[in-house]
Ligand binder design. Structure first.
Ligand SMILES: [Zn+2]
Length: 80
C-alpha cells in the first residue's frame, strides 16, 4: 500500500491536493478536512450518510479486535 501524497496549498486559503482514495467506495478521491487533518468520504458517499468518526480509544480497540469477527460482514472475505 502506498502512502497518500498530500500537498497543502498555502496560496488562496486552506486547500490541499492529495490522492487518498475514498475509504468507502474507493473509486473517487476522499475529502480532506483541513481543520482536523482527517479524511472524510467523498462527497457522494457523504450524501449517502457515510462519515468518518473519532471513537474513544477503548471503543476503537474493541472494533480492531473484532475486525476478523464474523459479526462484521464488511471484514469478511467475499463468499465465492
Ligand atoms: Zn466514496
Amino acid at each position: 500500500m502506498e502512502l497518500a501524497k498530500i500537498e497543502v496549498k498555502t496560496d488562496g486559503g486552506p486547500w490541499c491536493e492529495h490522492n487518498m482514495p475514498c475509504s468507502v467506495c474507493g473509486k473517487t478521491v476522499a475529502v480532506m478536512d483541513m481543520n482536523s487533518g482527517t479524511f472524510e468520504p467523498c462527497w457522494e458517499c457523504q450524501q449517502q450518510g457515510w462519515l468518518t468518526v473519532r471513537l474513544p480509544r477503548w471503543l476503537a480497540r474493541w472494533f480492531r479486535r473484532r475486525r476478523n469477527d464474523r459479526l462484521w460482514p464488511c471484514a469478511r472475505k467475499e463468499a465465492s
